[in-house]
Write a protein that binds this ligand. Structure first.
Ligand SMILES: Cc1ncc(COP(=O)(O)O)c(C=O)c1O
Ligand SMILES: [Zn+2]
Length: 533
C-alpha cells in the first residue's frame, strides 16, 4: 500500500491492479473527478460530483473492463474460509475464492459506515417513501448492505412484505395465541423472496457494467431475474431451467418478462453446472445465490421480521432449505446485527428440507457435519455426494423449488446453524402439501416449498423442540399461484390428476381438499347442489 502522505489516496496495486481508493480530502476528490471526466476510456458517464462522493458510503465508477477506478468503498468481498480470508474488491465478478475455491461474503468496514445506533431509526424511512430507495423494503436498510452508491441501485419496489400474526394457524399447529408469525414473501413483485436478492445482484451487475445476466433456476430465480432485466432495461437475460422441473406459473413469468429461456435436459443441478461454465467463459453475470451480492439483499427479510416484532428477535426463524441462500443470508444478518450491537439476542434457526431433497438434513443429523469454525469436514460432504452419484439418487419432491441435490451455500448454512444454534429437519411431501393447504385456508396462499415451514414447525412442536409459548416466524417464500397445478390436483379429487401428480410422490391423502362440484347449467340443479332445496 502506498499513501500520498496524508493517507488520502491509497493505491492497492499489489492485490488488484488499477484500483484506486480515495480518501476524504476535497483536493483528492477533485483530482479523481477530473481524471474521470477527462478519461478517454470512460464508458459510462458516472463520475459522481465530489459532493455526492463525499455524502455516500460507497462510490464506484467503471472505466472499462480492465481499468477500473474505484472510489472510496467501504465494502469488499472476502473468502469465508478462516485459513484463507482472501479479500477482493467489490468490482470483481466472483462466485468463489480464487485462492481456495470457498464461498465469498460481502464484508464492510463498519467503522466507516454511518450505521444507525438503533434499528428503530430505520422506521423514519417509511415516511419518505416517495424516494424509491426508501420505498424498497430492501434498500430502506441500505446502511446494512452498503456496497453500492445510491445512484447505482436497481429497484422495482421489492420487499413490501410484513410479518403477520396468525392465531388460527397457531392453534392448528399447537402454538399459543400471539406466538406464530408469517413473513409472506409471496407479495414481492415476482411473487417470491428472490426479489430481495435480485435487486442486490442486479445492482452489482450494473456496477460492473454487465450487459447480460443469467441464472439456473427451479423457477423463482428465473422469474425474478427476468423481471429485473426486463423492467430495468439494463441487461439482456438468459435463464436455464430443468426440463419438466419447473411449475408453470414460474415458467410463464420468465416468458412474459422477456427472458431468453433455455430448457435443459436435466435438473436444477445440471442447469447450474451449465450456466456456471457459460458465465466463466463469456461476459455473462451470474445471479444464482453463489453470488454474494444477492445474499446481501436477502438479509433484509430478517430486518423486516425484527421490525414486525418491534425490533425484538423471535425465538425461532423457520425457513425452507433448498440451495440454502436464505438460511445463509439470515445467519449473516444476525451475525452483523450482533457485531454492530443492534440486537442482543439471536433467534434460533430451523431449516426445513423436503424428505426427497434432504442433503442438509442427512449431512448434519446423520453424518455429524458441522461448521467447526469454518474447518468443516469436506470429506463427509464429498463422500455423501459420491454415494448419491453411485446410487444414482437424485432429489425428488413436489416442492420443486427446493428439489436440490447439492446445495451451493451448504458451508455458509453450516455457519448460520452454528451462530443461530440451529436445527435441520425433513418433512415428507404428504406433510408439505397438507401444510400448504392449511396455510392457504388461513389466508396465506403459498407454494409447496413454503408449506415445509409449517410442516417442520409441527414436527418440532411434537418433538417438544419448539415450545407452544415460543415466538416463531415462518418465512413463506413463494406465492400460491406459482404452482396452481399441484393445488388443483390436491383439491379436485380427480383420480387421474392425483395419480399423475400426487401418488408418485407418496401423497395419497388430501385431508384439506375442497373439491369443486360439477353442476348442470340449471338453477334447480344449483339449488340442489347447494343443499338449499
Ligand atoms: C419458494 C421457494 N422457497 C424456498 C426456496 C429455497 O431457498 P434457498 O435456495 O435459499 O434455500 C426457493 C428457491 O428456489 C424457492 O423458490
Ligand atoms: Zn479462500
Amino acid at each position: 500500500m502506498q499513501s500520498d502522505g496524508g493517507n488520502d489516496l491509497v493505491t492497492r496495486r499489489g492485490r488488484s491492479r488499477n484500483w484506486y481508493f480515495v480518501g476524504r480530502s476535497r483536493r483528492l476528490q477533485e483530482t479523481v473527478s477530473r481524471m474521470l471526466v477527462h478519461s478517454k476510456a470512460l464508458r459510462h458517464n458516472e463520475a459522481f460530483p465530489c459532493s455526492t462522493m463525499h455524502r455516500e458510503n460507497v462510490h464506484f465508477v467503471q472505466i472499462d473492463r480492465r481499468k477500473t477506478i474505484y472510489i472510496m468503498s467501504y465494502a469488499f468481498q472476502q473468502c469465508i474460509h478462516p485459513d484463507c480470508q482472501a479479500s477482493y474488491d467489490i468490482g470483481q465478478i466472483l462466485t468463489a475464492c480464487e485462492t481456495c475455491g470457498s464461498l465469498l461474503d460481502v464484508q464492510y468496514d463498519w467503522e466507516q459506515i454511518a450505521v444507525p445506533t438503533s434499528l428503530r431509526e430505520f422506521e423514519a424511512r417509511w415516511s419518505k417513501r416517495l424516494n424509491p430507495l426508501d420505498f424498497s423494503g430492501v434498500w430502506r436498510f441500505r446502511e446494512l448492505l452498503g456496497f453500492p452508491a445510491n445512484e447505482q441501485i436497481v429497484t422495482i419496489g421489492e420487499g413490501q412484505t410484513i410479518l403477520q400474526q396468525n392465531d388460527r394457524l397457531a392453534s392448528l399447529v399447537g402454538m399459543n395465541p400471539g406466538k406464530l408469525f408469517l413473513q409472506y414473501e409471496g407479495l414481492n413483485p415476482s411473487g417470491s423472496f428472490k426479489d430481495n436478492g435480485m435487486t442486490a445482484a442486479s445492482t452489482h451487475a450494473r456496477m460492473v457494467g454487465a450487459k447480460m445476466t443469467a441464472c439456473a433456476s427451479t423457477g423463482n430465480t428465473s422469474a425474478s431475474l427476468a423481471i429485473y432485466a426486463g423492467v430495468s432495461g439494463l441487461f439482456q437475460c438468459v435463464v436455464f431451467v430443468g426440463s419438466g422441473k419447473i411449475a408453470y406459473g414460474k415458467l410463464s413469468q420468465a416468458l412474459d418478462y422477456g427472458a431468453k429461456t433455455l430448457q435443459i435436459d436435466g435438473d436444477f443441478d445440471d442447469a447450474l453446472a451449465r450456466v456456471r461454465e457459460l458465465c466463466a467463459e463469456y461476459p455473462i453475470y451470474l445471479c444464482n445465490s453463489v453470488n454474494p451480492f444477492r445474499l446481501e439483499g436477502q438479509k433484509t427479510i430478517m430486518f423486516r421480521v425484527l421490525e414486525g416484532l418491534g425490533w425484538e428477535a423471535p425465538d425461532w426463524i423457520v425457513v425452507p432449505g433448498g440451495n440454502l441462500g436464505n438460511s445463509s443470508a439470515f445467519g449473516k444478518a444476525f451475525m452483523e446485527l450482533k457485531q454492530l450491537g443492534l440486537i442482543d439476542r439471536i433467534p434460533r434457526l430451523a431449516i426445513i428440507n423436503a424428505a426427497g431433497a434432504s442433503t442438509l438434513d442427512e449431512l448434519v443429523n446423520n453424518n455429524e457435519l458441522q461448521w467447526n469454525d469454518g474447518r468443516n469436514n469436506a470429506d463427509v460432504i464429498r463422500d455423501y455426494y459420491a454415494s448419491m452419484d453411485s446410487e444414482n439418487r437424485r432429489a425428488s419432491t413436489l416442492a420443486s423449488a427446493i428439489e436440490i441435490n447439492r446445495p451451493v451455500n451448504l458451508v455458509k448454512a453450516l455457519r448460520a446453524l452454528n451462530f443461530c444454534d440451529g436445527v435441520v429437519r425433513s418433512v415428507t411431501d404428504q406433510e408439505i402439501v397438507d401444510a400448504r393447504a392449511l396455510i392457504a385456508a388461513n389466508g396465506f396462499g403459498c407454494e409447496p416449498a413454503s408449506g415445509a415451514t409449517i410442516a417442520g414447525l409441527r414436527q418440532m412442536r411434537t418433538e417438544g423442540v419448539i415450545a407452544a409459548s415460543d415466538r416463531v416466524a415462518c418465512v413463506l417464500t413463494g406465492h400460491q399461484l406459482k404452482d396452481p397445478d399441484l393445488t388443483v390436483a390436491y383439491h379436485t379429487g380427480d383420480p387421474e390428476k392425483q395419480a399423475e401428480k400426487l401418488h408418485p410422490a407418496g401423497v395419497h391423502k388430501t385431508p384439506h381438499a375442497n373439491s369443486p362440484i360439477a353442476v348442470r347449467n340449471d338453477t334447480a340443479a344449483i339449488v340442489q347442489a347447494l343443499g338449499l332445496s
